[in-house]
Design a protein around this ligand. Structure first.
Ligand code: C5P
Length: 404
């Protein structure tokens, strides 16, 4: 069968949980989809299913130990990590999730995970109380923050006969997730994308500035997602910490709004899609003092401000047919109307509205809830989810708007 998984190298990590029996079906489906699969089991997983079943289906010896006992042959987790186009850990027990989140590399599966360059999909399966424990949630959040994909567990009857959340996702739905992941992996090939991200800093004097709390997470997630999908990406970023662009994204670091505008203007002619996520300071001091302003001189309490350029509006007004410009809006009241008005005023093709009204959204959080509003007024509403997944939704929307 020809699918997006055809010829893909998948490392299937199996850990010691009851749901391990479902991994046999998962392995069968992956092989039927045309993937080449290398199974890596934790020592505990062998208590649940035998390596012989798995090696027969995959056509490859199962790896579980660092060395083959009788020959002393070393299994290179580094090579395996490089061989993989994706790693899937199914089922992932609370213990393995904890080890992955904290780098406890005491078995072949976790060492392979730590060496993997490919995307990693984690499929948790455990009893409902373990699932609900704060340590499990925290470790899953950590894995998400590393960019791993979590294939959420389902609710239903568990091995304990209790009913609740913790069942491993069905093998077919895991395969579908992987299939659509690979399907999208080149859908932006040939497109040139410009993203702005982070805050700007507007100097008051050599030691002070006007800034804001933006962390850049949303913009970096969008830039990274576009790159993963094959686009040529330029990211114009204000000063940020703790966020990283993936290999291949061209990052231009700037400080002020005017520097951000200049950097954008340099590349905009050669841009197909511009996504403006930066929290640009609306005003800057009219003059930057050349020396630190002294408190006693009363200079600080009366700083004259002037308006900064609106980068999104500038690009929106410049754009020609075939260029697609998306803005972000953060509104606290009359959200949809204000966002739509902003879209019109700045001549954007779409605006992504995120509201501060809900917990877990906006500045500094790892999650966001957005509405994608197109210039024809259609609104697509998304659930609250990690910013990495929000980025995927936003890029999916842009992609589908472009192919209309
Ligand atoms: O007008 P407001 O700041 O709410 O608009 C938000 C949108 O406009 C965001 O996409 C933001 O990146 C962009 N923007 C900009 N330059 C400014 C102000 C906002 O690009 N000076």
């Amino acid at each position: 069968m020809s699918t997006n998984l055809s010829g893909k190298h998948i490392v299937l990590g199996i850990t010691g949980g009851i749901a391990a029996y479902k991994s046999v079906y998962l392995l069968r489906l992956l092989i039927k989809s045309g993937a080449e699969v290398q199974v890596v089991m934790t020592p505990n997983a062998k208590e649940f299913i035998t390596p012989v079943t798995l090696s027969s289906l995959s056509g490859k010896p199962v790896i579980s130990e660092f060395f083959t006992a009788n020959t002393g042959e070393w299994h290179s987790h580094v090579d395996l990590g490089l061989w993989a186009d994706a790693m899937v850990i199914a089922p992932a027990t609370a213990s393995t999730i904890g080890k992955m989140a904290n780098g406890v590399a005491d078995n072949m599966l976790v060492t392979t995970y730590l060496s993997a360059k490919a995307p990693v999909f984690v499929t948790p399966a455990m009893d409902l109380d373990m699932m609900a424990h704060p340590s499990t949630s925290r470790n899953l959040e950590l894995l998400r923050s590393y960019g791993n994909h979590i294939i959420d567990s389902e609710s239903g009857e568990l091995a304990s006969h209790l009913v609740g959340k913790g069942r491993m996702a069905e093998p077919q739905s895991i395969v579908d997730t992987l299939d659509s992941f690979f399907a999208s992996s080149h859908d932006l090939a040939g497109k040139r994308v410009l993203v702005t991200a982070g805050p700007t800093r507007e100097a008051i004097d050599p030691v002070r500035f006007i800034g804001n709390y933006s962390t850049g997470k949303m913009g970096y997630a969008i830039a990274n997602e576009c790159r993963r999908r094959g686009a040529e990406v330029t990211l114009v970023s204000g000063p940020v910490e703790a966020v990283k662009a993936v290999d291949g994204v061209k990052v231009i670091g700037v400080e002020s709004a005017r520097e951000m505008l200049d950097a954008c203007l340099k590349v905009f002619d050669n841009t197909d899609i511009a996504v403006m996520t930066a929290a640009v300071a609306d005003y800057r001091p009219a003059e930057v003092a050349s020396r630190k302003i002294k408190r006693e001189e009363n200079g600080i309490d009366n700083i004259a401000l002037v308006k900064n350029p609106d980068i999104a509006a500038t690009l929106g007004k410049m754009k020609s047919d075939g260029q697609y410009v998306v803005g972000f809006a953060l509104e606290t009241d009359h959200e949809a109307e204000n966002a739509m008005a902003k879209l019109k005023r700045k001549n954007l093709d779409a605006i992504v509205l995120n509201s501060l009204a809900e917990k877990g959204t906006g500045f500094g959080t790892d999650t966001n809830r957005v509405d994608f509003i197109a210039n024809d007024g259609t609104v697509t509403r998304f659930d609250i989810k990690p910013k990495i997944e929000v980025a995927r939704d936003v890029v999916d929307m842009i992609k589908s708007m472009l192919s209309r």
